[in-house]
Design a binder for this molecule. Structure first.
Ligand code: G3H
Length: 541
């Protein structure tokens, strides 16, 4: 069977789907979490269709997997009001609670979340088309992130459980929360990248409003009860609906203190502008990127091809960290293209639950058409698709396309494709990719492939001042989660890693007192009698 024939019949009939992976009952989600209760909404709903199409005698159609409520502006503002009340200007039970007690709530949530693994993994497959292996990885990585966050906070708290005396002043310095946090994750990691802002925000004492991404909403349904049971009223609240309806009014109210948003800068900028007191708003943003690979003439080609393949096509290229343009030295470009194209032919494609599958259907309805436009544009300026059936479309399925030779006149040169199109640029002088990086609006990461340590060192030194991570003979990626994840220019605001996130969602606060007998006695009384949760020498074990 040719690749084109395989793509033509890529979608299953219902009977082709193994029973354990079927989503027989659609998720008709009507509840949302507000002020510690699950309440029902009976207004307008958004129907959700899977990127997976089902073949029937009447043709093939995206499979309907459920629906969720479309909140009105007033309903959204009520959700925010619950978070504002729970924070209570820093006087609420949650922001004034001991770190130890907050940790126990988060651990309870993690235990309840783990019980929902199968349900969430299945919805990750059906809602965004993530492969079973990657969906399991996303879930498990998130659970591990929560455990690591708890450990990092214990460490942080232990070093804060002491006094510092300087210039006759006694001080205790700790980190305190910022207020009400609006957490919005992206559709490509709807669970992980929502939780990696939500959990640090919570554990530092902020109250939260969680807004799921455009795709990847239903997978939060199995977690609502866990949130409800694990956290005090108003600490976690959920918004459902169209982003453009439910989020601008929240920002406009001026009552959001932290915007944690992973997605595109257009939406982030629009939200930020709505806030009437911009200096009060803390931003934690993960935005676009166009990470390049630079493949030098002495690179280990087998390694470079395999890393560039994984880097550009894991989850169909829908990762902010994906390699989105490959600069390959012209001496090895022909060999690189031949090997990459052969590797693409071997790449498994199909439905998310099928073993060995890498390429799956795309959740964004308009994406295949957009990717095709990029290819057509590149053709106009002299590029070709260099792999069998590259760019072939069947409904929501798009066969990866290796486009070569790409140049600065093409849209693929500058637009973040966020999908399975791999632009390759041949170069003679290494100045070409360096210039590209310097002139780019983005500055997240780069991958360099080569063997000559002197040449690599000469690239590393300037490039670490242009991007936030230089990867040697390795694809770009966020993990391990203890590493700082950030970007320069339009790619990010703030740094996330297990320990950096705790800092991003808090501010240092200090209780200070002149070294007087009176103050010594007061501080002694407060700490000995455990009268304050902040001014305390308690040590978390
Ligand atoms: O979409 C961007 C993600 O943060 C990428 O994470 O490199 O672990 O896939 P990853």
């Amino acid at each position: 069977m040719t690749i084109a024939e395989r793509i033509g019949s890529i979608f299953p009939t219902w009977d082709d789907i193994p029973e354990p992976y079927r989503l027989a009952t659609p998720v008709e989600q009507r509840e949302y979490l507000i002020d510690g209760a699950l309440r029902r909404l009976d207004g307008a709903v958004q129907e959700v269709f899977s990127p997976v199409c089902i073949r029937t005698s009447a043709g093939q159609q995206r499979y309907r997997i459920g629906s969720f409520p479309l909140m009105t502006e007033a309903e959204a503002l009520n959700v925010l009001a619950a978070a504002v009340a729970a924070y209570d200007n820093g006087r609420g039970a949650w922001p004034t609670m001991t770190v130890d007690a907050r940790i126990r709530h988060v651990q309870l949530f993690a235990a309840k979340m783990k019980e929902q693994r199968d349900a969430v993994v299945r919805l990750l497959m059906w809602e965004i088309g993530k492969t079973l292996r990657d969906a399991e990885k996303e879930f498990d990585r998130t659970v591990a992130y929560i455990a690591d966050t708890v450990d990092a906070l214990k460490d942080l708290d232990r070093t804060s459980s002491r006094f510092t005396i300087a210039e006759g002043i006694i001080g205790q310095i700790r980190r305190s929360p910022l207020g009400v946090t609006l957490c919005m994750g992206p559709y490509n990691y709807p669970l992980n990248e929502t939780m990696t802002t939500l959990i640090p925000a919570l554990i530092m004492g902020n109250t939260t409003v969680l807004k799921p991404p455009r795709h990847g909403v239903l997978l939060f349904a199995p977690l609502l009860e866990a949130f409800c049971e694990a956290f005090p009223p108003g600490v976690v609240n959920t918004l459902f609906g169209m982003g453009r309806t439910v989020t601008p009014p929240l920002m406009r109210s001026g009552k959001v203190d932290v915007l944690a948003f992973i997605g595109n800068s257009k939406a982030a900028n629009a939200l930020q502008k709505e806030h009437p007191k911009p200096n009060r708003l803390r931003l934690v943003l993960g935005l676009e990127a166009k990470n390049p690979a630079i493949v030098l003439p002495d690179a280990d080609l087998e390694l470079a091809v395999s890393e560039c393949l994984a880097g550009s096509l894991a989850f169909n290229g829908q990762r902010c960290t994906a390699l989105k343009i490959l600069f390959v030295h012209e001496e090895i470009a022909a060999d690189f293209i031949a090997r990459f194209s052969a590797a693409l032919t071997r790449l498994g494609s199909g439905m998310p639950w099928e073993p060995g599958v890498s390429i799956t259907p795309l959740p964004e309805q308009e994406k295949p058409g957009y990717l095709l436009e990029l290819i057509e544009d590149a053709r106009t300026y002299g590029a070709e698709v260099r792999n069998e059936a590259g760019g072939a479309i069947n409904g929501s399925f798009f066969q990866p396309a290796l486009v070569y030779p790409v140049n600065e006149r093409m849209r693929l040169w500058r637009e973040e494709q966020f999908g399975p199109v791999i632009p390759v640029v041949p170069f003679t002088a290494v100045e070409t990719p360096i210039r590209y990086i310097e002139e780019s609006n983005y500055g997240q990461q780069v991958s360099i492939f080569g063997r000559d340590s002197l040449q690599l060192a000469r690239l590393i030194d300037p490039l670490v001042n242009q991007v936030s991570r230089v990867n040697l003979n390795s694809q770009c990626q966020r993990g391990p989660d203890v590493f700082p994840f950030t970007g320069r220019k339009d790619s990010a605001v703030g740094t996330l890693s297990v320990s950096d996130a705790l800092r991003a969602f808090s501010i240092r606060a200090i209780v200070a007192a002149k070294e007087l007998d009176l103050n010594r006695q007061i501080i002694g009384d407060i700490t000995r009698e455990h009268r304050s949760n902040f001014l305390s020498t308690d040590f978390i074990l």
